[in-house]
Design a protein around this ligand. Structure first.
Ligand code: UD1
Length: 424
């Protein structure tokens, strides 16, 4: 049985919505729990599908994991298995983040290649090269990354690109390596700062979190901690775009507005009134039709590639023409094909898209290809004439806790419908 959403057009979203912990942080923090024997507690966990999947990944290497509402208790034994090749591995990208901790602790890991969103090529060369610099061998064998070392030692590592996942894996191996590791051109995302904070609470010695250079002084061992996940800036931004697109008035709490500075600035340029509440959230009011704005995706603090579908969706209903440039994941423009079904005037050329805003979109059946594309289609459906069917909503469930409930509470009309899809 597959599910779809019936999204009724013509909504104006008004009210307050709370954002919980970040998907792209919690999954890595769960992996970090492998680094310390004992029980690590993680709070403010989002209730999304990927959290129990990651729990299964950890169980498969020997951990006991208890999920209790928004809290995860992870008990890591002294003896872990180095093989992480359970079926859960292939269902999410973040599963690959057990590689660094397993190599760090056991000096050996066999980790199934991860799954996750089909948003373009997602190689692991930088993860592997980083581990090699730390003294491990790394190959791909029978669908798994295999890494092995006699001992790990500190090294100078330059990343070709500030990859989030490679920074995390190298960091989690380096905290238990002997000596000093310097990761240059490291990712600077708030989720990287979050994992550095947690690792530091566990006894790791890390300097430079949030900058391009991370310096890690290896320690003998780490201890468990209790850590609260940072608010999900991508979900927070989704609500900001939802307000702008529906000419609404939303107060969004539970997210640090400093993590969204560029996003909120773009929405101000589109005509929104934005007020921020230090460290806590923001209010966004869109009094009239949005004006077109250009967007360029880049690693943080640039405009996040995960928000590109929302940039396209907003541009589709804005006054004027927008240019959107995708620099991180080439296949993310697949979303535009679905937007065209909804009447968007959009075309792509390489990694640029040109979107001419239309007064109103027109409802149609559409298919979510990944988490953010799915949420983007729901927002577009709110601005379309009639009822838009959004299919493959399991993608949305992987990233947005209580999405439909929240939208309905804020003034939208959306039903979750269980049926078999019929695609023409
Ligand atoms: C994470 C996020 C994802 C987000 C992305 C970029 C998670 C679970 N996912 O993914 O939502 O869109 O950051 O902000 O946190 N690359 C290589 N070789 C490597 C690693 C990456 O070429 O070894 C390339 C990728 O193909 C991509 C770019 O680097 O073009 C960025 O990828 P990366 O930052 O690693 O993304 P993820 O950590 O997979």
């Amino acid at each position: 049985m597959s599910e779809h959403f019936d999204v009724h057009g013509g909504a104006r979203l008004v009210g307050e919505v709370e954002v919980v912990g970040a998907k792209n942080s919690v999954l890595k923090l769960m992996a970090a729990a492998l680094l310390a024997e004992g029980t690590t507690t993680i709070t403010n966990c989002p209730q999304i599908l990927d959290v129990p999947l990651m729990a299964d990944v950890l169980r498969s290497v020997g951990c006991e994991v208890k999920l209790d509402g928004d809290t995860a208790h992870i008990t890591t034994p002294s003896e872990l298995s180095h093989r992480a090749d359970s079926p859960a591995m292939g269902k999410l990208r973040a599963s690959v983040c057990v590689l660094g901790p397993l190599v760090g602790r056991l000096k050996k890991a066999v980790v199934a290649l991860p799954g996750g969103d089909a948003i373009g090529s997602r190689p692991l060369d930088m993860h592997q090269n980083g581990l090699r610099k730390l003294g491990a061998t790394s190959t791909i064998e029978h669908g798994c990354v295999v890494a092995e070392a006699d001992g790990l030692h500190g090294a100078q590592i330059w990343l070709d690109f500030p990859s989030v996942g490679a920074t995390e894996n190298i960091l989690m191996a380096a905290v238990l390596a002997e000596g000093t590791t310097v990761i240059d051109n490291a990712a600077r995302e708030p989720e990287i700062v979050d994992i550095c904070t947690m690792l530091t609470e566990m006894g790791a010695k890390i300097e430079g979190a949030g900058t391009s250079t991370l310096t890690v002084q290896g320690v003998e061992s780490l201890h468990p901690t209790e850590h609260r996940v940072i608010g999900d800036r991508i979900v927070g931004a989704t609500w900001a775009f939802a307000a702008a697109m529906t000419r609404g008035d939303l107060t969004v709490t539970g997210v640090n507005p400093h993590h969204l500075e560029l996003v909120l600035e773009k929405l101000r340029l589109a005509g929104a009134d934005v007020t921020t509440f230090d460290g806590k959230g923001f209010r966004i009011v869109q009094p009239e039709r949005p004006r077109s704005v250009d967007f360029v995706t880049l690693p943080y603090p640039g405009f996040a590639t995960d928000l590109q579908p929302f940039a396209v969706a907003l541009s589709s209903v804005s006054e004027g023409t927008s240019m959107i440039t995708e620099n991180v994941y080439e296949a993310r423009f697949r979303f535009i094909e679905e937007m065209v079904r909804l009447g968007a005037d959009a075309r792509t050329d390489g990694h640029h898209a040109v979107v001419r805003g239309v007064e109103k979109l027109s409802s149609a059946p559409v298919w979510a290809s990944d988490i953010r594309a799915g949420a983007g289609l729901v927002l577009a459906g709110l601005c379309a004439d009639g009822v838009t069917e959004v299919w493959d909503v399991f993608h949305i469930d992987r990233g947005y806790p209580h999405f439909v409930e929240n939208l309905n509470r804020l003034g939208a009309r959306i039903e979750r419908v269980a049926t078999e899809p019929e695609r023409a």
